[in-house]
Design a binder for this molecule. Structure first.
Ligand SMILES: *[C@@H]1O[C@H](CO)[C@@H](O)[C@H](O)[C@H]1NC(C)=O
Length: 347
């Protein structure tokens, strides 16, 4: 008894301990992997483990990582379970399953996790980052080479800038991102997209759950919140008027204040868009500068020292599907974001 008290005291120092841990926003009542980057991790002692799937909808790509090794990519999850690879030596292993693709492609509903051995304790990282974004933060088309058509298999959330930064910082991360979404208006399409905007979706536990369903569990409260929105708000050509940048600024101020009600101690990192440039669609639009200035204005209106601009320069000519940043562009910005968070939070 004395020693088990010692062991629990030790675990208390290391963090929250449980046999399996969901990654990102996974509603425990549905066990639905909807948001990109959602998944599950656990440690077991044995030679095999299996993650049951109670239902799979649409098309979903996932990474399965054993003991921190290279990911096994499953481009289209199907069947009743995902198992660890054959031939694993008997011992203690850590399994991480993460979704690469996003909610609008499909969902995976988890079932039972089983092993031929025993499940062990999980040690939760104490550093947590929440990312709120659009297709860029999804990893849309990241593994494609323009010209290509995006698919679930070409989306690659584990290679996004946020995953790169989190890994560099030893942080856990939760992604709330959806392609085409904006802060005040969604992507410009010929029939206007009146579906929910990102601030509304942010209130959901699973991406397909009701608004205001997220319970903001204390164990998941992030110290760093990254917001990367605006690329879709700025789109307009041939469909609608250019954005009113001051309306974007006001909405960003309101959104950050709403998030601060849930995470009063968080530091905020606002990213500008690598997909906006000062030459497209016209030099007069100066979209890159206009968006950057709108973010700076929001930071100034918010005051204090909790909100920071992180520059993501206009990307180069090597791009993924539909001009989205590729793995190299994400990796470069991941290092920039990690440095910015590290400087502010002393991580
Ligand atoms: C993924 O698999 C399902 C069947 O399990 C199939 O209906 C679907 O077309 C597949 N998607 C792709 C992109 O291959």
């Amino acid at each position: 008894m004395y020693s088990s008290l010692l062991v629990s005291a030790l675990f208390a120092l290391l963090g929250h301990v449980q046999a399996l841990r969901y990654l990102g926003r996974v509603n425990p009542s549905t066990k639905e992997l909807s948001w990109p980057g959602t998944g599950v991790t656990f440690t077991f002692t044995g030679s095999k483990a299996s993650i049951g799937l109670s239902q799979v909808t649409g098309t979903n790509s996932v990474d399965l990582v054993i003991d921190g090794g290279a990911p096994t990519v499953i481009p289209n999850v199907s069947g009743a379970s995902i198992s660890t690879p054959a031939g694993l030596s008997k011992g203690t292993h850590t399994v991480v399953l993460r979704k690469r693709s996003e909610a609008n492609m499909g969902s995976i509903f988890l079932g039972q996790i089983t092993t031929d051995g025993t499940l062990g304790a999980d040690v939760t990282p104490q550093r947590r980052i929440e990312i709120i974004g659009d297709s860029i933060s999804v990893g849309y088309g990241l593994d494609g080479v323009l010209p290509c058509t995006n698919t679930a298999a070409l989306e690659d959330n584990p290679k996004t800038y946020e995953a790169v930064a989190a890994k560099a910082l030893g942080a856990d991360y939760s992604v709330v991102a959806w392609s085409g979404k904006g802060l005040i208006r969604n992507y410009a399409s010929s029939s206007p997209d009146t579906s929910p905007l990102m601030p509304e979706l942010w209130t959901r536990y699973g991406a397909n759950d009701a608004d205001n369903s997220y319970t903001f569990p204390a164990v998941s409260t992030p110290q760093a919140v990254v917001i990367n929105l605006g690329t879709n708000d700025w789109s307009y050509l041939g469909v609608r008027s250019p954005i009113d940048a001051s309306a974007f600024t006001s909405a960003m101020v309101t959104f950050v204040r709403n998030i601060q009600k849930r995470y009063p101690s968080a530091q905020f990192f606002l990213l500008n868009s690598p997909m906006l440039s000062d030459t497209y669609p016209t030099a007069a639009d100066a979209q890159k500068t206009t968006q950057t200035n709108a973010l700076k204005a929001a930071i100034s209106q918010l005051g204090g020292s909790a909100v920071h601009l992180v520059d993501w320069p206009t990307q180069g000519a090597d791009v993924g599907c539909d001009y989205h940043p590729n793995a190299a562009t994400h990796a470069a910005e991941g290092a920039v974001l990690a440095k910015a968070i590290s400087a502010v939070l002393k991580w």
